[in-house]
Design a protein around this ligand. Structure first.
Ligand code: MG
Length: 386
């Protein structure tokens, strides 16, 4: 029976992962989160991992006090995350922390040949070539948790000869602002952006879904995971989120993976692959499902998407710059310091001002990320000065 190390246990994917782990009777070796001490304590008492990590030092101190009567060890910081990622007893690591912070623990887990249930898309976007190369070298399996990539993974399973794949078709819900014009998006608020039609997710990814940056990041993630050039990946808006993505083969056969929009389904598959276990997620009732529709994304209104596609076509650290800039700009938006449409403006500003260079090492990638964040901060203060 699998033992899981769960990085990002208090977030949306983390909590749903624990549902799946409990339902499938798997055990938890380690849990890790940033600073949600109360929830970490509750999870530690329920799942009895060996190790509980709070990234934040102060939070770790409090967690240590709260868990003093248990045998659960508490650690903190990047060291703690890496310890959780490389726990000898764990065979699978779910990486559901948000953002670049997930990169080093993921590489450490790959080095120990753990199965990576990958739910941290920033890792592959920033360091896709490095991560995939390390996985090939160590023999670690990477099984995606993102619903679209899990769908592609499942549709590619019957055919491992990538030469027969004509294209990957990523589906996009279109987010809460589908069909709106730029003028209508001028004054949308954080609360509007956080209302997603189909999926319940954290604030960062929900904002990315509203700007369509999420689909851009997923496009890059698909390129890296499946070693596909950008011209072989298409994006189609599919509002109902019933088809989670498709693969078109050279004989024009199109395979789609369908299901109710419930992240527990791809999480479960990442943990049980290559087997399937009785469902945690609900059943898809085709007779009650709305008509399935498909449309082109609106690239003019949702400018984050073409910016991501521009980075996808560039070599080296371009995607790390894109991602760092987006993380910084979304943080400003979530603090109500910039308007919705300014997210794309600041990402573009950073992409235009940070030079594209190599991304062969972790240091080069972290440097590009930092430079992009600095560029967003600079672009922001210029706007303030106007
Ligand atoms: Mg997704």
């Amino acid at each position: 029976m699998a033992t899981i190390s769960l990085l990002g246990s208090t977030g949306s994917i983390g909590r749903q992962s624990l549902d799946v782990i409990a339902a499938c009777g798997m055990s938890v070796g380690a849990i890790a989160a940033n600073s949600s001490v109360a929830l970490l304590e509750e999870q530690a008492r329920r799942f009895r991992p060996q190790l509980a990590v709070a990234y934040d030092e102060e939070a770790a101190k409090e967690l240590r006090l709260r868990l003093a009567d248990t045998s659960v060890r508490v650690a903190s910081g990047m060291e703690g995350l890496i310890e959780a990622a490389t726990l000898p007893e764990a065979d699978t690591v779910i990486t559901s922390v948000v953002g670049m912070i997930g990169l080093r623990p993921t590489l450490a887990a790959i080095g120990e040949k753990k199965r990576i249930a990958l739910a941290n898309k920033e890792t592959l976007v920033c360091a896709g070539e490095l991560v995939m190369r390390s996985a090939r070298e160590s023999g670690a399996e990477i099984v995606p948790v993102d619903s679209e990539h899990s769908a592609l993974f499942q549709c590619l399973e019957c055919n491992r000869d990538r030469g027969e794949v004509k294209r990957l078709i990523l589906t996009a819900s279109g987010g809460p602002f589908f069909g709106r014009s730029r003028a209508e998006l001028e004054h949308v608020t954080r609360a509007d952006a956080l209302k997603h039609p189909n999926w319940s997710m954290g604030a960062k990814i929900t904002t990315d879904s509203a700007t369509l940056m999420n689909k851009g990041l997923e496009f890059i993630e698909a390129m890296r995971l499946y070693d596909m050039p950008p011209e072989k990946i298409a994006i189609t808006v599919h509002r109902q989120s019933i088809i989670h993505s498709m693969v078109e083969y050279c004989d024009n056969a199109v395979l789609a993976q369908m299901g109710v929009p419930d992240m527990r389904l791809p999480i479960e598959y990442a943990l049980t692959y290559p087997r399937r276990c009785p469902a945690v997620a609900g059943e898809l009732n085709l007779l009650h499902c709305p008509p399935l529709t498909f449309a082109e994304p609106d690239y003019d209104t949702f400018r984050c998407l073409p910016l991501a596609l521009r980075a996808a076509r560039q070599p080296g650290n371009a995607c790390a710059i894109l991602n760092g800039a987006n993380e910084a700009a979304v943080a400003l938006f979530l603090q109500d310091r910039i308007r919705f449409l300014e997210i794309a403006d600041l990402v573009e500003y950073a992409m235009d001002s940070v030079p594209v260079g190599p991304a062969d090492t972790l240091e080069q990638i972290l440097e590009a990320d930092a430079a992009a964040r600095d560029a967003v901060a600079e672009g922001f203060s210029r706007r303030q000065a106007l």
